[in-house]
Design a protein around this ligand. Structure first.
Ligand SMILES: *Cc1c(COP(=O)(O)O)cnc(C)c1O
Length: 363
């Protein structure tokens, strides 16, 4: 196994072992443990939880869930970190790698807002390398990202692929090359929140060969469990260890873990796959319908479960949709997107409603 360069971890955290919780500290016990009185939990269950599933503190990294994710992405459990959504994974990466006020990160906008939020909360400067539009596809300029990262001495690069709100992917070859080019300096984080909707295979297939590449996944989008707050980082085992140490003690609640496990059975995964196929089919139908409407200037190619579009009159378009009770994402506050909206691909009924409302308006 290729090593993870330990100097990428914040020097003041390199030997930090984290909180020693009742579940992580395994005191040398002479006999098999029978009676657990070390965590101040209630001896009897709550009326709200008669079977007592939630009576005790959970395993900080529930081993059945970690194993299920390792199976899903054909990797080993030591490369898996689970937590409260990919949002927490972003936070852990910034916390573990960037010295506040000193180390920078690179992003490529338009992109997911949480990278900058985490940076702000940690006092980490953000260098932005804007994406280009090439016909109706957005492109991350990975050469420019590399140069910016070197120049800023950045410790992390965050790229979403498929991107939000761009919907476009960064080719795997470019991700691998970028990770290698920056390997002695920065971690490349590939956020695959929409990976299930994309054609390209997952960058998770690259992590064993590229120790400084981290992949983020989530159950919030294709798996339809946004409310359960389950996110996953796939990383080199040494980095995964550091991320677990800087994480809050019991990130996943027992009910959330139970939901996640139920979503990873063979039949649930098959049902998720069918939903994804439907969404992808519907996305292409809706994209064509939108392109036919007057006043819609661009509908970008998407490999995710949403469409990004530009309108000649975004105010009127938003007003029409809101008046019909349809809420889409207004992106007009973002640089270069003053005329743009993002529409999630919902059910076919919801998409018919959009088509009906906009078709009527232009009739
Ligand atoms: C929605 C989204 C996430 C998901 O975050 P969770 O915290 O897992 O719900 C992560 N990254 C991007 C780019 C997203 O759009």
């Amino acid at each position: 196994m290729t090593g993870f360069p330990s100097h990428l971890v914040r020097d003041d955290l390199r030997d930090f072992t984290g909180y020693s919780s009742a579940r992580t500290s395994s005191a040398a016990i002479a006999a098999p443990a029978r009676i657990w009185l070390n965590a101040n939990e209630s001896g009897l269950p709550s009326q709200a939880d008669p079977d007592g599933h939630s009576r005790r503190y959970p395993d900080p990294q529930p081993s059945m869930l970690v194993d299920a994710f390792a199976d899903l992405w054909a990797t080993t459990p030591d490369r898996i970190v689970v937590g409260r959504g990919s949002d927490e994974m972003i936070e852990l990466l910034v916390r573990a790698l960037c010295r506040p006020g000193a180390d920078a990160m690179v992003v490529s906008s338009p992109t997911f807002g949480m990278y900058a939020v985490s940076a702000r909360l940690h006092g980490v400067p953000v260098v932005d390398v804007r994406q280009h539009e090439d016909e109706l596809t957005w492109r991350v300029d990975t050469d420019a990202v590399r140069e910016a990262a070197v120049e800023a001495g950045a410790k992390i690069v965050f790229l979403a692929s498929p991107g939000n709100p761009t919907g476009s992917v960064v080719p795997l070859r470019e991700l691998a090359d970028l990770a290698d080019a920056l390997a002695d300096q920065a971690v490349l984080v590939v956020d695959e929140a929409y990976g299930e909707f994309a054609q390209q295979r997952s960058a998770a297939t690259l992590i064993e060969e590229h120790p400084t590449l981290v992949v983020l996944r989530t159950l919030s989008k294709a798996h339809a469990l946004a409310g359960a707050r389950i996110g996953i980082a796939l990383a080199h085992p040494d980095l995964a260890t550091v991320l677990r140490r800087v994480q809050a003690p019991y990130p996943l609640s027992v009910p959330a873990t139970e939901l996640a496990l139920a979503a990873l059975t063979e039949s649930a995964l098959a049902a998720t796959h069918r939903r994804v196929m439907e969404t992808v089919g519907l996305r292409e139908v809706v994209a064509r319908q939108l392109r036919d409407l007057p006043g819609i200037r661009a509908v970008y190619a998407s490999e995710a479960n949403f469409l990004l579009l530009r309108s000649d009159d975004p105010d009127a378009l938003l007003h029409t949709l809101i008046s019909a009770g349809i809420v889409v994402r207004d992106l007009r506050h973002l640089p270069g997107l003053q005329d743009a909206l993002r529409i999630t691909i919902g059910t076919s009924l919801e998409m018919s409603a959009i088509n009906h409302v906009l078709g009527e308006e232009s009739a």
